[in-house]
Design a protein around this ligand. Structure first.
Ligand SMILES: [Zn+2]
Length: 187
């Protein structure tokens, strides 16, 4: 392909989970289906203009306070620390957890969450990161930060394969890992 179509193909191939063949297929489909192309352009504009990170947990959504943080039926005594939005959705899908979340950003634990830990509103922190090298570093850093506070810290137990992405785990595996979470942090 050449010209604009080629540029579209290159942009699409940069997206996660889209290989070069899919990128070409999607580019040609969009060029041949202008209604779908325009709808996609419009929703991309909306996402660009209107999505923000929730000011408490960091989940990307349309509101300053996401649907989880503003849900008063959630258990506000628990916070689950995840590495990204995809992992948060994977845990939500498993149905194993009813507390709040924090998505790791520049800060390993957000200001609002730290405040609630010091005020003892949060009594349990569950670190739910995949057991990759980076994940293990995060676990230890969080444990170090929280060792000064009287808060229960646990991490997900067995069943999570090394290097696994939560999104590829079935809900039962994730659910089992949640229910058998271990206190303290494994060495
Ligand atoms: Zn939130």
């Amino acid at each position: 392909m050449k010209g604009y179509l080629r540029q579209l193909e290159i942009s699409l191939a940069k997206l996660p989970a889209v290989g070069p063949r899919s990128a070409r297929k999607i580019a040609l489909f969009l060029a041949e289906n202008k209604t779908a192309l325009i709808a996609l352009r419009d929703i991309c504009n909306d996402v660009n203009q209107h999505t923000i990170k929730c000011k408490i947990c960091g989940l990307i959504n349309d509101e300053e306070l996401c649907y989880i943080c503003s849900d008063n039926k959630r258990n506000t005594a628990k916070v689950c620390i995840v590495q990204n939005n995809i992992d948060l959705y994977a845990i939500e899908r498993s149905g194993a957890y009813d507390g709040l979340y924090y998505v790791v950003q520049q800060e390993l634990i957000g200001e609002n969450i730290m405040k609630r830990i010091t005020e003892k509103i949060i009594s349990e922190v569950i670190v739910a990161v995949a057991p990759t090298l980076n994940g293990k570093i995060i676990v230890h850093q969080i444990f170090n930060i929280l060792s000064k506070f009287s808060v229960k810290v646990s991490e997900l137990a067995m069943g999570i394969p090394v290097g696994a992405e939560f999104d590829y785990l079935d809900s039962e595996t994730l659910s089992a890992a949640f229910h058998s979470r271990v206190n303290g942090v494994k060495e």
